[in-house]
Design a binder for this molecule. Structure first.
Ligand code: ARG
Ligand code: ZN
Length: 461
């Protein structure tokens, strides 16, 4: 402010800047949208803000099945918000506060709508805390199976892909909105808690009145669907791999695969670094638990395996997701082949580099497939087909092999780490991948990607 102005004039200017909006509508506040336009999950995520951090304080009693929690979410408004939504299903909401002041809320479907006494202005940082409790129910999707808070014999394990996170905490459940996570989990003494990331306070467990509480922290940005806690009787093994802690755990009923899980996790993490670039998180690991969902999930930094693990390719697949899917996340669920096609291709590459068939041979075998296989659209498999083994996993991996054959090994093996570097801890879409491949190869690759990703016909070689 200029020294020549009188104090009064200065005050007038200050008032003016407060009162007169910078643009005609800067003083109007409106609701955030109830979705983020995902083509497959239109209700997932919400508009008007961006989450930076989730602080989740949870208490779970496997005997009564009751989960109680306080979620404190730190976010930044992306417009003047009169109210905004979170995704949250089941469980009873007891209290909502915005910036420490009581807010009103209502619920409809998976939407929790929060109306603060004073809505946050555009670009303002704010906190919303939600107190809740109840008996969580997983999502049981007829096409995609069971996700969310899953009860096990000795506790519970939470798995979120694609839209199960809302069953255990209020969330902006869209892969575009990554955030850091801190968990404080209280369970009856005798049970062990694992989660993404690393234990805080070097794993010191606080015990009080028969309850013990542990803190875990995921310090790198994470899409909510990758949030995980596992509660139960676990045996934990600690080591290192690729210069970071390797923390694995197994349900004692799965003891026979425990050493294998720990060793192979270390081996696959180190192998991944050689082909995909620096490991993106501050720890690695894996959890073998009887979750009974019929799939493994690449939960960030620490995948969860359902039952005995004796397949190195499964471990390679889930750890490859740490680069492809977790660090470089999909912008929408339509881009799911960027996760699954790449993780499947990692399996082919692992075999190729471990005296198995070459990726070219695996491709050639699949190329002989008949009928249905060529009717599938890898780049837009539809909501119900997002985990289709043939359309997304196999044709996705074939797309990469077709690309490798076209651009040559040298460029292809520079492209993979360039891709993970360029979008590290971010999100990307298929167009971004094509653009980078074109830039690095100097070739027009639209015909190749069109044929492999978007045409229901067998591509020519
Ligand atoms: N991303 C997991 C994997 O590749 C599969 C997840 C399946 N999720 C589901 N809801 N069915 O191994
Ligand atoms: Zn996968």
């Amino acid at each position: 402010m200029s020294r020549r102005r009188t104090p009064l004039a200065a005050l007038a200017v200050a008032c003016l800047t407060l009162v007169v909006p910078a643009t005609a509508h800067a003083d109007t506040y409106s609701p955030g949208s109830a979705g983020l336009g995902d083509p497959y999950f239109p209700h997932a995520g919400n508009g008007g803000y961006d989450v930076e951090h989730y602080d989740l304080k949870l208490r779970f009693n496997p005997k009564t099945d009751v989960l109680s929690g306080t979620a404190t979410i730190t976010a930044t408004a992306t417009k003047n918000l009169s109210r905004f939504n979170l995704d949250f299903s089941g469980l009873t909401v007891r209290k909502v506060e915005v910036n420490g002041k009581k807010a009103t809320f209502r619920r409809k479907g998976q939407e929790l709508t929060v109306t603060p006494a004073a809505g946050p202005a555009d670009e303002a940082k704010f906190t919303v805390s939600v107190q809740y409790d109840g008996k969580p129910k997983p999502v049981n999707d007829p096409e995609l199976g069971v996700t969310g808070w899953i009860h096990t014999k000795d506790g519970a394990t939470a798995l979120g892909e694609p839209d199960g996170a809302r069953t255990w905490f209020p969330v902006n459940d869209n892969p575009k909105d990554k955030a850091t996570f801190a968990y404080t989990v209280s369970v009856p003494v005798g049970l062990t808690v694992l989660a993404n990331g690393e234990p805080r306070n070097t794993g010191i467990v606080r015990v009080r009145n028969g309850w013990s509480s542990v803190k875990w922290e995921m310090r790198e940005p994470m899409a909510p669907y990758l949030a995980m806690v596992a509660i139960g009787k676990f045996k934990v093994t600690q080591g290192t791999a690729a210069g970071v802690p390797n923390i694995t755990a197994y349900d004692p009923v799965l003891a026979k695969t425990s050493k294998y899980l720990h060793r192979t996790t270390a081996k696959a993490t180190e192998w991944g670094v050689k082909h995909f670039g620096p490991y993106p998180f501050s720890s690695t690991g894996g959890i073998a638990d009887k979750v009974d969902v019929g799939y493994a999930l690449e939960t960030q930094g620490r995948p969860v395996y359902d039952g005995d693990v004796s397949d190195d390719l499964l471990i390679v697949h889930e750890l490859a997701h740490q680069w492809f899917g977790n660090s470089v996340g999909p912008q929408t669920w339509r881009d799911i082949w960027l996760n699954e096609g790449f993780a499947t291709y990692a399996e082919w590459l692992y075999e190729e580099t471990h005296n198995g068939p070459t990726a070219k041979q695996t491709f050639a075998k699949l190329y002989k497939s008949k009928g249905e296989f060529w009717q599938l659209k890898t780049g837009n498999p539809g909501r119900n087909g997002m985990f289709d083994w043939e359309a997304v996993y196999q044709r996705g991996a074939m797309t990469l092999q077709a690309l490798r054959q076209k651009i040559g090994d040298e460029t292809f093996f520079e492209l993979l780490p360039a891709w993970t570097e360029k979008h590290r801890h971010g999100t990307a879409n298929t167009r971004d991948f094509i653009d980078l491949a074109e830039e690095m190869s100097g070739l027009d690759l639209d015909p190749l990607f069109n044929a492999w990703l978007y045409k229901a016909a067998k591509p020519k070689l």
